[in-house]
Design a binder for this molecule. Structure first.
Ligand code: ZN
Length: 253
C-alpha cells in the first residue's frame, strides 16, 4: 500500500505538472471507482494538491477531490490517453496533459469530499513527541496503534514493520509496557524512516507520476533474513496484518 513517502512523491509530481491548470474534460474508464458527480470539476482550476494521510487531495477551492490509492493505486501524468494502460480508472484533461488515476486491482477511487470526510488524527510527519507518546501509551499492541488511522495518519504495514525492527521492538508489545526510552526510539525512528524513504522517491514497489519506481527498499517487510544479525525472519499476524520480525532483534514481550 502506498504510504506517506510514496503518496508525497505523487503529490509533488501533481504540483509540478497540473496545479494551476483547468480541467477540460473527464474520461471515465471504470465508473464504479469514480464519484457520480465528478463532472462538477470540469471547468475548475486546480488550486493545490496535498496529502491527507495516505490519500491525495486535489483542491479546487469549494470542491475537493480525493484519490484513495488503496493497495496498488497509481497516478500518472501523460500527454496521450488514446491507448489506456491496464487498470486506468479515470483521466482528467488539464491543459496539454492528462492526470490519470489507475489501479490494476481496481480498488482505488476518485471521490468528491467535504470537510467531514477528513480525519482529525495527527499525521505521522507532523506529530510532535508529546502527542505521539500520549497516543502510543495505550493498552493496544504497538503495531496496531501505529497503523490505526483514527490515531495516527499515514503509516501502513510496510513502514511500521521497518520502524519497529529498527527500534528493536516486538510488534505485539503493548504501548503501556513501553519505556520512555523505547517510545522515544520509535518516534525518532519513525521520522527517520519516513524522511529516508521520501528522499529516495518512496518504496521500490511503487511509482511516481511518470511511472518510475522509488529506490527505497524495506529491511524486513517481504524479506527473508535479518540484514543486521542474519537470523531468518518470521512472519506473524498482528491485528490481522502479516508482520515481518527478526526473532533475535525483536524479542517477544
Ligand atoms: Zn536481527
Amino acid at each position: 500500500m502506498p504510504e506517506i513517502p510514496e503518496v508525497q512523491v505523487i503529490v509533488d509530481g501533481i504540483k509540478d505538472e497540473v496545479v494551476g491548470k483547468e480541467v477540460g474534460d473527464v474520461t471515465i474508464f471504470d465508473g464504479r471507482r469514480v464519484d457520480e458527480d465528478i463532472d462538477k470539476i470540469v471547468g475548475l482550476t486546480l488550486k493545490d494538491a496535498y496529502r491527507h494521510g495516505k490519500a491525495i487531495i486535489l483542491d479546487f477551492d469549494d470542491i475537493k477531490l480525493m484519490f484513495h490509492l488503496r493497495l496498488h493505486g497509481f497516478v500518472r501524468v501523460t500527454d496521450d490517453i488514446s491507448s489506456p494502460e491496464k487498470g486506468w480508472i479515470v483521466a482528467f484533461n488539464m491543459g496539454d496533459k492528462y492526470l490519470v488515476l489507475g489501479d490494476t486491482r481496481k480498488l482505488a477511487e476518485a471521490k468528491l469530499v467535504t470537510d467531514e470526510d477528513f480525519k482529525t488524527s495527527p499525521d505521522a510527519v507532523q506529530i510532535d513527541e508529546t502527542t505521539f507518546k500520549s497516543i502510543v501509551s495505550s493498552s493496544g499492541a504497538i503495531k496496531s496503534t501505529l497503523m490505526n488511522q483514527e490515531k495516527i495518519l499515514g503509516l501502513g504495514n510496510r513502514y511500521v514493520d521497518e520502524i519497529l525492527w529498527r527500534s528493536h521492538i516486538h510488534p505485539t508489545k503493548k504501548g503501556k509496557d513501553l519505556t520512555d526510552d523505547e517510545i522515544h526510539k520509535i518516534f525518532v525512528t519513525m521520522k527517520e524512516v519516513l524522511d529516508e524513504a521520501y528522499s529516495q522517491g518512496g518504496d521500490e514497489h511503487y511509482t511516481d507520476i511518470y511511472g518510475n519506481p522509488g529506490k527505497w527498499s524495506a529491511s524486513v517487510h517481504g524479506k527473508k533474513v535479518c540484514p543486521v544479525c542474519g537470523t531468518p525472519l518470521k512472519k506473524i499476524k498482528v491485528g490481522g496484518r502479516t508482520s515481518y520480525i527478526c526473532p533475535k532483534c525483536q524479542p517477544e514481550p
